[in-house]
Design a protein around this ligand. Structure first.
Ligand code: GLC
Length: 557
């Protein structure tokens, strides 16, 4: 048997954990999370089993978009500590075998960034062309991303009499990537962080960065936007051979393929699968696995080196923009029926457990899916303990509340008497009294214990990240039965989207009377018939992870 060469493609089987330093743990008692706090929780994260941290923006910021409005790409937000604290954190993470990726926000800067201050000072400024200026906004304009806040993507600068482009808030002017000087700046920024030891970037708003005509309207600024993404990727690969570019690309399938670099796979190494995420919620709302199956089967055939990043929730609204109006209405009705739970007419600002009314069976089924759909799972901090949201906070901030460490004062997040973040801590049934790390660490049956086991099994089953995906035929619409095959190993996964228990009859490829299915979560084994047929029972909202093994198989785990 040959040794399979997985190269340096670590992201194919990583477990990514996204967190914001600001809301994780406040070590100096000033009411704001900091690098030292996170450093003190590195062992918690390593023991949880995640393999890669994604740090949300921690750069110097004007604070208008929770850090996504940067005023200095080479400085850290002083509320989080000193640059030295960040370097110490990176060292600690590395010492525990954790990789670190950081947000790369280069579609725009803050309007307080010195480049923009110079750019808007006069039409003759050497920085004028760092941004996108027009005498009049183009007639054809896409809808603003934040329609409740912005009426247009162009803002008049009275002093110089021209409009600048901003696809997000007006306080976030778009950088002009058609300008070679801007491209040099971007390369310098990436090179800087790569040199500091990051293992890659979560690239913010990629289609906007590339300014494709389809996104920004008009002609688009770059003759071939994908050439630029290829250039970014090859630049980074030259600097750090195994660095990853994990891109935020919420576009239809055919465009996603382009952002991977087509069949060559020479652009983004990874993309979040927004379509699968949205269809998963539709499946949940309907108790019908159909929409999710359709989404997974519609993934384009890509280079084997690239990867899908699966997620159940992230730091933004749960966007439902790729569903039809009727489908979106169904998901709103099921999981975010009140106006205050919805934003921008397209998304829900809630976390998963409250959306599922705290039903543990259903919540666990979703996380089981997250870890067993083909791809790399991405967790948002607090998901491992089942945190809820705080709807008293504005818009997307509802899900960005402080981490809940214990049932003590301020949920163990901070010793400070008062701070806006302390006020933001969730209260009620999902608050720290009932949902916190300390209690759950002592209880193997907790959500935390469960997520740990999922991570263990994911890491012990390379089929999940690397395998070839196939949906297995069976007759229950509420059930997703799939298999993943890799390097002679096969796992069979079953998920029941309905409340009623079912017996699923299916045929396992390569199965015969010399093989059994071994349940990864229990000791149970199920014998197959000569034709590989088997009956498997599932509880309401139940799930099973089964490995196909023969008596002599060393892969059994
Ligand atoms: C991305 C981020 C979002 C931010 C936006 C502008 O979509 O996920 O939080 O507001 O980019 O940078």
């Amino acid at each position: 048997m040959s040794i399979v060469d997985t190269g340096d493609l670590w992201w194919k089987s990583a477990v990514v954990y996204c967190l914001d330093v600001e809301t994780f743990l406040d070590w100096n008692g000033d009411g704001v999370g900091d690098f030292a706090g996170l450093a003190h929780r590195i062992d918690y994260l390593a023991e949880l089993g995640v393999t890669c941290l994604w740090l949300m923006p921690f750069y110097a910021t004007a604070g208008r978009d929770d850090g996504y409005d940067i005023v200095d790409f080479y400085a850290v937000d002083s509320r989080f500590g000193h640059f030295g604290d960040l370097v110490e954190l990176m060292r600690l993470a590395r010492s525990r075998g954790l990789r670190v990726i950081v947000d790369l926000v280069i579609n725009h800067t803050s309007d307080k960034h010195p480049w923009f201050t110079a750019s808007r000072s006069s039409r003759e400024s050497p920085y004028r062309d760092y941004y996108v200026w027009r005498d009049t906004p183009p007639k054809k304009q896409p809808k603003p991303v934040f329609p409740d806040q912005e009426k247009s993507n162009w803002e008049l600068d009275k002093k110089t009499g021209q409009y600048y482009q901003h696809m997000f808030y007006k306080a976030q002017p778009d950088l002009n990537v058609a300008n070679p000087a801007v491209r040099d700046e971007i390369a310098k920024i990436m090179g800087f962080w790569a040199e500091l030891g990051v293992n890659g970037f979560r690239v913010d708003a990629v289609p906007f960065l590339l300014e494709t005509a389809a996104i920004i309207g008009g002609d688009g600024a770059l003759p071939d936007p994908h050439e630029y993404l290829q250039a970014l990727r090859s630049f980074l690969s030259r600097r750090v051979g195994d660095a990853v570019l994990l891109g935020e690309v919420n576009l239809p399938r055919e465009d996603q393929l382009l952002f991977f670099g087509g069949p060559d796979g020479d652009e983004l190494n990874m993309q979040f699968d927004f379509i699968t995420m949205q269809k998963m919620y539709l499946s949940l709302a309907r108790s019908d696995a159909g929409p999710l199956v359709e989404a997974l089967q519609s993934r384009p055939v890509c280079s084997h080196d690239v990867q899908w990043a699966n997620f159940a929730r992230n730091h933004d609204e749960l966007t439902l923009d790729k569903l039809t109006d009727e489908e979106r209405a169904e998901v709103f009705a099921a999981f975010g029926p009140e106006k205050r739970m919805q934003v921008y007419g397209r998304g829900i600002v809630r976390r998963l457990p409250p959306m599922l009314h705290g039903d543990q069976r259903r919540i666990r089924m979703v996380y089981s899916l997250l870890f067993s759909m083909p791809g790399t799972p991405v967790l948002f901090y607090g998901e491992e303990i089942g945190m809820g949201e705080n709807l008293a906070r504005e818009g997307r901030m509802a899900v960005r509340t402080p981490m809940q460490w214990n049932a003590g004062r301020n949920g163990g997040f901070s010793n400070a008497k008062k701070s806006p973040l302390i006020d933001a801590i969730v209260d009620g049934v999902f608050g720290p009294d009932r949902v916190n790390v300390e209690d759950q660490l002592r209880d193997p049956d907790s959500q935390l214990g469960f997520i740990k086991r999922l991570i263990e099994h994911y890491r012990a089953s390379p089929e999940l990240g690397w395998g070839t995906f196939e949906v297995l035929k069976q007759k229950h619409p509420a059930v997703l039965a799939h298999t993943l095959t890799w390097d002679g190993g096969r796992v069979v996964l079953l998920h029941n989207f309905a409340d009623e228990p079912v017996d699923v009859h299916l045929r396992v490829p390569d199965g015969d009377e010399s093989t059994t299915l071994s349940d990864l979560f229990t000791d149970e084994t199920v014998q197959l018939t000569g034709a590989g047929a088997v009956d498997i029972s599932l509880e309401g909202y139940g799930f099973r992870w089964l490995r196909l093994v023969s008596e002599t198989d060393v892969r059994r785990y």
